[in-house]
Design a protein around this ligand. Structure first.
Ligand code: NAD
Ligand code: UGA
Length: 459
């Protein structure tokens, strides 16, 4: 099939960057990204310094392609009708209600997309699962497409996304692999080839992996679970280091130099955040349980438990200091779940801050990229491990405009995001020249000086 038009439903962290890169690499294809959120579409069509997703290099690509072969629109039906390939890049959060609530993936957005595609399509289409989905979701999507449409043929392909936020553009330009899962039928094979022909424009052929649909769907969940497992493994060892005199950074280096283990994803932290690791692990646990694999489910569940343990452990260390010294305020340095993104979904900062607020501490928060509104919304959102009264948030939370503004006002500073600005800050000079007795809890081990007032993880 010759591809002239692509539609992507979902203009979020995945839909925006992935489609911008496809538009850049395939100038002959018109790419239209649609979303039901009009405000988001308006921002994608607005000033380049205010796009709804911040990723290094993204604004430049959007500037080159927008209104040439990259379009942002809220006319979802028209974009579906024109496209030969439709990507579904909508959110798949943890279910809040019904069967599997708190564990399983909420597929309502995916199902709504499938229904809409079925209802409005006037000719055959290739439907691509870009969202992260439970294994065997393609079966359900096919059922919906068949039931809701009028004799039109749909091929459903799995093509999960592996980009990480903050490095999305580089990850898309130089993907470790592109995974495409399709059915072993004539039309399935043809559909896979159409998708391969797009990625081939910039991804070396040997990095484009063709598998069956279920392997592709499950590989995505398994990859995230294994990445998160490495972080929980190293974080669990950070607690043991603190008891034994071993040093977690030395440990990470020593372990990671074994080629069979590798050095990535062994950096200890206050706990992993982000929109996906937690939800994908819980989803994997739920899937295992639903197949009666309780031991397998328990194994993966532990990755999630250790992450909560690490976040709580970090907050408790600050509260323990409060018992020894009179402290009333803490600076939270960093709100994003990692550096170089404005995304704060499931950031460890949220949980740590709530625990501190519950212990009557005032918090002064500074993040170079996350907006005040986002921070307050994160704290007021009741769907997290710890909840606090809105009145406490209104009276005890202060959003600051700079690192110095924040630390000047407090007894304790806690580094939660590894922003370069915090790494490069001259902590020694500050501590040597201040009259304050400032204690620093480095939840990322980014400060490279030793000082009696600096607490680091796993040391
Ligand atoms: P997101 O919340 O940033 O974006 C999803 C968008 O879909 C939203 O703008 C929402 O308004 C839109 N949407 C939902 N239902 C819709 C509908 N019926 N019609 C039109 N628009 C609709 O989510 P995201 O972070 O881009 O993640 C999308 C998927 O990709 C998830 O399954 C996630 O697990 C997966 N994923 C995310 C990342 C990441 O780094 N964020 C990386 C790899 C995979
Ligand atoms: C992660 C995966 O890395 C991507 O491959 C995947 O596509 C994506 O999830 C997804 O499915 O959403 P992302 O969450 O954007 O990407 O960012 P990561 O770099 O994986 O970081 C996740 C969290 O782990 C962050 O809070 C980060 O600070 C933390 N982390 C990471 C550590 O604590 N230690 C490390 O060594 C690495």
């Amino acid at each position: 099939m010759i591809i002239n038009n692509i539609c992507c439903i979902g203009a979020g962290y995945v839909g925006g960057p992935t489609m911008a890169v496809i538009a850049l690499k395939c100038p002959e294809i018109n790419v239209t990204i649609v979303d039901k959120d009009q405000n988001k579409i308006d921002r994608w069509n607005g000033p380049f310094d205010n796009l709804p997703v911040y990723e290094p290099g993204l604004a430049e690509i959007v500037e080159k392609t927008r209104d040439k072969n990259l379009f942002f629109s809220s006319d979802i039906d028209l974009a579906i009708q024109k496209a030969e390939i439709i990507f579904m890049a909508v959110n798949t959060p943890t279910k809040k209600y019904g069967k599997g609530a708190g564990m399983a993936a909420d597929l309502s957005h995916i199902e709504a997309c499938a229904k809409r595609i079925a209802r409005v399509s006037k000719n055959d289409k290739i439907v691509v699962e870009k969202s992260t989905l439970p294994v065997r979701t393609a079966e359900k999507i096919k059922e919906i497409l068949k039931r809701e449409s009028n004799g039109i043929s749909f091929e459903v392909i799995s093509n999960p996304e592996f980009l990480a936020e903050g490095t999305a553009i580089n990850d898309l330009f130089k993907s470790d692999r592109v995974l495409i899962g399709g059915e072993q039928t004539l039309s399935g094979i043809k559909a896979v080839k159409s998708l391969v022909s797009i990625y081939e424009k910039w991804i070396p052929k040997e990095k484009i992996l063709e598998t069956n649909v279920w392997s592709s769907e499950l590989s995505k969940l398994a990859s995230n679970a294994m990445l998160a497992q490495r972080i929980s493994s190293i974080n669990s060892l950070s607690a043991l280091c603190e008891k034994t005199g071993a040093d977690i950074d030395e440990l990470s280096k020593a372990i990671g130099m074994d080629r069979r283990i590798g050095s990535d994803f062994l950096k200890t932290s206050v706990g992993f955040g982000g929109s996906c690791f937690k939800k994908d692990i819980l989803n994997l646990v739920y899937i295992c349980k639903s197949y009666g694999l309780d031991e397998v489910a328990d194994y993966w569940h532990q990755v999630y438990h250790i992450n909560n343990y690490q976040k709580n452990r970090f907050a408790r260390q600050i509260i323990d200091l409060k018992k020894k010294r009179n402290i009333s305020s803490v600076a939270i340095l960093g709100w994003a779940f990692k550096k170089n993104t404005n995304d704060s979904r499931e950031s460890a900062s949220i949980n740590v801050t709530k625990i501190l607020l519950n212990d009557n501490l005032k918090v002064f928060i500074y993040d170079p990229m996350v907006s005040r509104n986002n921070i307050i919304n994160d704290l007021k959102n009741i769907n997290s491990e710890t909840n606090i009264e809105n009145e406490i948030i209104d009276s005890n939370v202060f959003i600051e405009n700079s690192l110095l503004d924040a630390i000047e006002k407090v007894d304790v500073a806690a580094i939660l995001t590894e922003w370069d600005e915090f790494t490069k800050f001259d902590w020694k000079n500050y501590l040597d020249n201040t009259d304050k007795n400032l204690n620093i809890f480095d939840g990322r081990n980014i400060i490279d000086i030793e000082h009696k007032n600096i607490f680091k993880l796993g040391k």
